[in-house]
Ligand binder design. Structure first.
Ligand code: SAH
Ligand code: SF4
Length: 361
């Protein structure tokens, strides 16, 4: 099928998706253009900012791709103290983007769960302005998800990483801690509890095919997700998956495939929030701007204090400068303005898809 014909549709079959993902450079430009156009039409050109706080790199899991997996003994483990977190909250408020993402390695012990609960309550009390709080802390029990929701978190990001169970198995250890079905169930739990729920995948993983990526897109639609954060897989030398480095797509191809994924998803799910993932920037300095031009509408400036940045290297070449936290926002603003978009200052930036769904219920 010709690209014009494909792009005149807003629902795609699996075969259509594979064709779009495989399209040549000229067709890709048309695809990205369409992604941007749909974004402007349905969620406007206002980009939501979320201050990203990488709270702790301690993790009980051992994902084969991740630089902070528990068996990586080369890194020093850290946990921000509450004041450091509140400083990031202050920063986001002072710069008029009342929205945060708190991310960390996965822990399910009581001390951790309580600490997060108290921290959420503290943040809520600290600010007179209501703040959107996204958590990204992996798989937890229903009770814990509920406690955190009640304490003030209203969004949760849990990437499925790869929706093909066989691929999931290849990139995770085979044990009960890394269970595909449990991760899927967690997403349904989050939705049920009332979180704005986000998921995503890594793009350009070893063993991954275009069929897999097409399936990923259909999965986002099937579970009616509110937000998506997906970006390129970037290898890390101190991880088991690094041994497959020779079979990876080039960085440029991984970048292009990520942009295609974003544009297609925007066409399929017009009013969701789609993040321009940080990993895009580690492959290409202009990666996030390119994602905005393909249909993404969320950027997460990193507010983690600089001294911890080295410790949160999930992948190689992860940007570690403090550019966005202090020289800020002018640099970031200029980057965003260069795409023709503007910044949605003063807004928490809820997913329009989520808001519309709630109206119907
Ligand atoms: N522990 C939580 C949140 C922190 S990890 C969780 O796993 O859900 C956040 C995301 O980093 C993961 O979902 C994964 O998609 C991404 N990530 C980890 N290693 C990566 C790599 N090598 N390349 C690209 N993304 C990676
Ligand atoms: Fe831990 Fe998340 Fe990294 Fe897996 S991806 S090792 S759960 S931080």
């Amino acid at each position: 099928m010709k690209i014009d014909q494909l792009l005149s549709q807003s629902d795609f079959s699996h075969a259509d998706l594979v064709n779009l993902l495989a399209c040549n450079d000229a067709d890709m430009l048309l695809l990205l253009e369409k992604g941007k156009k749909i974004k402007q039409e349905y969620v406007s050109n206002k980009v939501f900012l979320r201050g990203l706080v990488e709270l702790s790199n301690t993790c009980v899991k051992n994902c084969l791709y991740c630089g902070i997996r528990c068996e990586n003994t080369k890194i020093q483990r850290y946990f921000l103290n509450d004041d450091e977190v509140l400083e990031a909250v202050r920063f986001a408020l002072d710069h008029n983007f009342p929205s945060l993402v708190l991310q960390s390695g996965e822990r399910t012990d009581t001390a951790f769960v309580n600490r997060i609960t108290l921290l959420l309550e503290k943040i809520r009390k600290y600010s007179n302005t209501p703040i959107g709080i996204t958590l990204s802390m992996g798989e937890q029990s229903e009770e814990v998800y509920r406690r955190w929701f009640d304490a003030g978190a209203n969004r949760y990001l849990l990437r499925i990483e790869a929706t093909n169970p066989n691929l999931y198995k290849k990139i995770h250890p085979t044990d009960t801690l890394h269970d595909y079905q449990k991760r899927i169930n967690s997403l349904y739990l989050l939705k049920k509890l009332g979180y704005q729920t986000g998921t995503g995948v890594m793009i350009g993983l070893p063993f991954q095919t275009l069929d897999d990526l097409a399936q990923d897109l259909l999965f986002f639609k099937k579970i009616d997700i509110d937000m998506v954060g997906m970006g390129p897989y970037v290898e890390h030398p101190d991880t088991p998956l690094f041994q497959h480095q020779a079979q990876l797509l080039s960085k440029e191809d991984r970048m292009n495939l990520s942009l295609k994924m974003i544009a297609i998803l925007r066409i399929m799910m017009k009013d969701i929030n789609i993040a321009a993932a940080t990993a895009l920037q580690s492959l290409d300095d202009l990666g996030r701007e390119k994602a905005l031009n393909a249909g993404a509408n969320v950027i997460m400036p990193n507010l983690t204090p600089e001294k911890y940045r080295e410790g949160y290297k999930l992948y190689e070449n992860k940007p570690s400068t403090h550019e966005e936290a202090h020289d800020t926002t002018t640099a970031l603003e200029n980057r965003i303005l260069s795409t023709g978009d503007t910044i949605a200052y003063g807004e928490q930036g809820d997913s329009k898809h989520f808001i519309e769904k709630k109206k119907i219920l």
